[in-house]
Design a protein around this ligand. Structure first.
Ligand code: HEC
Length: 210
């Protein structure tokens, strides 16, 4: 029975096409080579899989949006750190005093002050002197708890108060240049000392407006 090809076999005359010997439920199968289009679909899939695996897992192409954003943030942070390092290299008391007489710098610093510092240091920089709701120290007087040279003030604003129980948190997240401008704004309330290199702010000066 099994070696008896069916009379309906359309390939009976083709020596390349063999009919398999077994019969299941009355069905006989040809032993054909798979068509090329089918094989190529399989090969192309395998090639794509290998390329995709190498690209995603080894090279890192095509990562998720979240991973890409994180990678971007790391690059931006590195750039910020570099910028801050460059700024810190050239920032000193004299530069901050100069900034404190520069209108665009003061205006930029005032904008930041109004955004983040005003809640504790009061609109007129008088801090607790302006009322008990302002918990910050006055910034317009001659007394400086942590030193009054421009760089010491810059330091406190960047890194916060050494006394963590107080509300003066670090503001380095604003960026070194923004902090330098807000310090320039604070210094604009003070006269430039004779020796602007290493002197504390002198007498409080009257300002027309805050
Ligand atoms: C949440 C309230 C709060 C905010 C906001 C705040 N400060 Fe302060 N600041 C304080 C307190 C409280 C102190 C006193 C810290 C201490 O005694 O250790 C202080 C201290 C300071 C000092 C030191 C004063 C001294 O006498 O040595 C400076 C300078 C200062 N702040 C500037 C700023 C600037 C600039 C900003 C905005 C970028 C700011 N602060 C935002 C609460 C605040």
């Amino acid at each position: 029975m099994s070696d008896d090809p069916t009379p309906l076999d359309p390939y009976a005359d083709d020596p390349d096409v063999k009919l398999r010997e077994h019969i299941y439920d009355g069905i006989q199968e040809y032993d054909q080579k798979l068509p090329n289009w089918w094989l190529w679909t399989l090969y192309i899939f395998i090639i794509f899989f290998v390329i995709g695996w190498v690209a995603y897992y080894q090279v890192g192409i095509g990562r998720s949006d979240g991973e890409r954003v994180e990678a971007q943030i790391a690059v931006i942070d590195a750039k910020k750190a570099e910028k801050l390092k460059a700024l810190m290299g050239e920032l000193d008391d004299r530069v901050l005093w100069e900034m404190s007489r520069n209108k665009p710098m003061i205006d930029a610093g005032q904008a930041t002050y109004k955004q983040v510092c005003i809640a504790c240091h009061a609109p007129d920089l008088d801090g607790s002197g302006a009322g008990p709701q302002f918990v910050g120290l006055p910034l317009d007087d001659k007394e400086w708890k942590y030193g009054g040279t421009p760089m010491q003030i810059f330091e406190i604003v960047m890194n916060g108060s050494p006394d963590k129980t107080k509300g003066m948190t670090p503001w380095s997240s604003l960026g070194g240049d923004t902090v330098a401008k807000v310090v320039a704004f604070v210094l604009s309330y003070h006269p430039v000392p004779e020796n602007a290199d290493a002197t504390e702010p002198g007498e409080t000066v009257e300002k027309e407006d805050g």
